[in-house]
Ligand binder design. Sequence first.
Ligand code: NAD
Ligand code: ZN
Length: 404
Amino acid sequence: MRFTLPRDIYHGKGAIDELKNFKGKKAMVCVGGSSMRKFGFLDRVIANLEEAGMQVQLFEGIEPDPSVETVMKGAAAMSEFQPDWIVAIGGGSPIDAAKAMWIKYEHPECTFEDMCKVFGIPELRRKAHFCAISSTSGTATEVTAFSIITDYAKGIKYPIADFEITPDVAIVDPELAQTMPKKLVAHTGMDAMTHAVEAYVSTANSEFTDPLALHAIEMVKEYLVDSFNGDENARNKMHDAQCLAGMAFSNALLGIVHSMAHKTGAIFADYGAHIIHGAANAMYLPKVIAYNAKDPEALKRYGKIADFIHLGGKNDKEKVQLLIKMLRDMNDKLNIPHCIKNYGKDSYPCEQGFVPEAVFLERLPEIAKNAILDACTGSNPRQPNQKEMEDLLKCCYYDTEVNF
Ligand SMILES: NC(=O)c1ccc[n+]([C@@H]2O[C@H](COP(=O)([O-])OP(=O)(O)OC[C@H]3O[C@@H](n4cnc5c(N)ncnc54)[C@H](O)[C@@H]3O)[C@@H](O)[C@H]2O)c1
Ligand SMILES: [Zn+2]
């Protein structure tokens, strides 16, 4: 087994100024729309790199849920500029896009299909090193071996997975997270909670990932709701917590909460419902815990989580129920619905959400089939068959109890 992290993780307030000490000639800075510019972080990155003696070029405008086309455009810009540092700043979207650009820059012959072969990326770092600076507190892509790119022609999100794309340097500076709007805090925070819980019960868990996952769960429980309500210290803590969760899941992998979130995210877009990644995870996690807890090893592990965060309970079954209740209470406090049926405008709970029952039922067999095939299913403690996956998704639609 392998455990891989960035060579350096600079963390704490002001960590972004470490860029002044980087050694190199040319840095390509990859960034999204406007938030990093608006709040002054982009200017600070540029000034720091220039102080380090580097020539800086920007690749701006990377969209949320980045496309294959954006990746190819960025790689072409890199080929022209020939950077020896790629510095990506922003949420999961610009950082993930920059990771894929990096592959194409180093290996122009590599097609997008080649990139998507799990653990099939050729050796990088012959042209450039990679630094990721995260501005959201959830994906932890600054420390992970993953990049999620969307093929809009097919309407499918593809994960690129290889330790080659684990960044060389991660900068986890909580100042960047202070400007996040509330809804983004809620969604990315529950994404982080899901990463930690899925990593802890994953069949690829290890002694190396367990402590990171448990500590992340404890911190998210302690700080997410306060962070959502505007507490500065809690917001800082969440930025670290999500990174710990990322260090765990990058090495222990995930489970079927993510499989289902990946396959339901865009499938109802024609009904106005883009089910945001973190919100999907928040809704499905309690259901998947109930389903996985039928596996004796997973049951024990959920029990350990409950003990670690002092939830009480006389036996593992009771502990699982208390863990599920805690997560549902968090959703309530974060204004996230419990099921797809109630997923309404702005991702807030409502009586009848975007996705009509008939449409859900018609698309269910295909969604379930695709979720089973998702790369995250392999490390889930139970392997659902088609019927079980459909039943589980129904529980996620109606908010009914999982009793199978
Ligand atoms: N690589 C991984 O391991 C991994 C894991 C989970 C999800 N993902 C992917 O990451 C993407 C989502 O990333 P995300 O949730 O970080 O959001 P994002 O990068 O898509 O950003 C969402 C929005 O928030 C804004 N924003 C970002 N930081 C801000 C800040 N500090 N203040 C104000 N506004 C800010 C952005 O401009 C954007 O409009 C998805 O494509 C998802 O599939 C990747
Ligand atoms: Zn996630």
